[in-house]
Design a protein. Structure first.
Length: 275
């Protein structure tokens, strides 16, 4: 995040926003800047990719499903916009620790002992590490001690749209993002790679709520896509994973998506039309 902060300071904040006597490295200024940047960035990613997905990928026929709520899209957006600033508070604390040099993020490829291969391997390990972390955190949020208070609001959307992707209770939203932020404190990661992965995970989160169940046949039971996550919303105790089905299979919570078996939401609507 320090790359974004440096660019914001250079091109906008130092020349146009902050008083000249307020040093760029002063902690309070960094915290304030990170809070604004994090919120604007999250808002831009959510609204931009959510809107593109909603209008160009999401099947609007799903809005005719009996479990699609009245005014659901506006309710999803409203809930997300109220939650994002609160989610950003602990997130900014972690970004601040990164900026102050406490993480293992590095600037140059030469700083990696494995060069470009190290960058590629770190991307894979990031995906597998965060997938594992999110699986167990997500599954834990379904425990009766936490579900009603923190995770139930996200399950209000049985037939989700891309705008449901960030419509979490703030505690829920932060907890499920925690593995992304913990990774660079445990393992070396290139800074630009980290920014790219941060954008990717937000887009992926939108994609598994987009109602587009198409997955290459060979990957249907490997990749955790929208079909898997739709069944999670509908049937509650299955498919907690984020990118892969690995941990669901290990944890005994894997469910083959109903849409792959001719029993999904689209099939239900088709049968309704035929009656």
């Amino acid at each position: 995040m320090d790359l974004v902060l440096e660019a914001a300071d250079r091109h906008l904040l130092t020349p146009y926003v902050y008083p000249a006597g307020w040093p760029e490295g002063e902690p309070c200024r960094q915290l304030l800047s990170l809070f604004v940047i994090t919120n604007l960035g999250a808002l831009a990613l959510y609204l931009l990719f959510g809107t593109l997905s909603y209008y160009f990928i999401f099947d609007h026929e799903l809005k005719k499903h009996p479990q699609f709520l009245e005014n659901q899209v506006s309710r999803e957006i409203s809930y997300a916009l109220r939650s994002l600033p609160w989610i950003s508070v602990p997130t900014v604390a972690l970004f601040f620790a990164e900026v102050r040099g406490y993480s293992k993020l590095y600037d140059n490829i030469e700083d990696s002992p494995y060069g470009w291969s190290g960058v590629f391997l770190s991307m894979l390990s990031f995906l597998f590490f965060t997938d594992m972390g999110i699986y167990w955190i997500h599954r834990g949020l379904h425990h009766k001690l936490f579900y009603k208070r923190f995770h139930k609001p996200h399950h209000l959307w049985k037939i989700a749209t891309p705008f449901a992707s960030h419509a979490f209770h703030p505690v829920d939203g932060f907890m499920q993002s925690l593995p992304y932020h913990v990774y660079p404190f445990l393992f070396p990661l290139h800074k630009v790679t980290y920014l790219g992965l941060y954008i990717f995970v937000n887009v992926w989160t939108i994609s598994i709520h987009d109602g587009d169940y198409r997955v290459p046949r060979l990957l249907r039971h490997i990749i955790n896509g929208s079909a898997h996550h739709t069944d999670h919303h509908l049937y509650f105790d299955y498919n907690y994973g984020q990118y892969f089905t690995l941990w669901d299979k290990i944890g005994g919570s894997y469910k083959s998506p109903t849409s792959f078996e001719g029993k999904g939401p689209h099939d239900y609507l088709r049968k309704l039309r035929e009656k």
